[in-house]
Design a protein around this ligand. Structure first.
Ligand SMILES: Cc1cc2nc3c(=O)[nH]c(=O)nc-3n(C[C@H](O)[C@H](O)[C@H](O)COP(=O)(O)O)c2cc1C
Length: 168
């Protein structure tokens, strides 16, 4: 799939087939995330691959009952603000740490799309609960359920380019 086709094809999918994800595809998604740019190349993010069924169900609850969180492949992108703070100060702690994890998750979404899979970015969750479930002191930034799509999205309406771009 060409790069621009991948960008167009990526849509939020909230219903997944039970078909498992091939480990080669999982590895490619994780590799793509690891190739993302990060502040000072520190790769301050960490990715949790949730396999345990019970943990997946608990994460549905932590994401305010978004059932599609229980997907064949479930990734939780976390950040380590304290580590990056030591090297890059306050801006690193409050901004770069979040950006690192966000960019990595975006790369993972696009890689999943290019591999014929689908995903949805989950940002609406109880952070403390997620930390408890996956047993981490790190800050969870995004949950990414990934699977073979079981629905087709409606066509996407986007703002006109001149509404989001200003030439100055
Ligand atoms: C920061 C962020 C948080 C989001 N949180 C959720 C969420 O908790 N649940 C959900 O179903 N979709 C969530 N989404 C997905 C958006 O609803 C979706 O990207 C948007 O409606 C555009 O649709 P598209 O992804 O198909 O282009 C989130 C997206 C972003 C970028």
């Amino acid at each position: 799939m060409s790069f621009f086709k991948t960008i167009e094809k990526r849509r939020s999918i909230r219903s997944f087939s039970i078909r498992p994800i091939e480990s080669s595809k999982t590895n490619k998604i994780l590799k793509a995330a690891s190739m993302s740019p990060s502040a000072k190349g520190l790769q301050s993010f960490r990715i949790y691959v949730v396999k345990d069924k019970m943990k997946k169900e608990k994460l549905v609850h932590a994401a305010h009952k978004q059932e599609y969180v229980n997907a064949p492949l479930l990734l939780v992108f976390c950040t380590q603000p304290t580590k990056i703070k030591k090297i890059m100060g306050i801006r690193g702690e409050h901004l770069f740490s979040i950006q690192d994890a966000t960019i990595a998750a975006s790369y993972a979404q696009l890689a999943a799309t290019a591999l014929g899979l689908a995903s949805v970015w989950i940002g609406n969750f109880n952070e403390k609960l997620v930390q408890k479930i996956i047993k981490t002191p790190l800050r969870p930034i995004s949950i990414l359920p990934i699977g073979y799509p079981n629905e087709s999205p409606q066509s996407k309406k986007t703002k006109k380019i001149n509404e989001i771009v200003k030439s100055i």
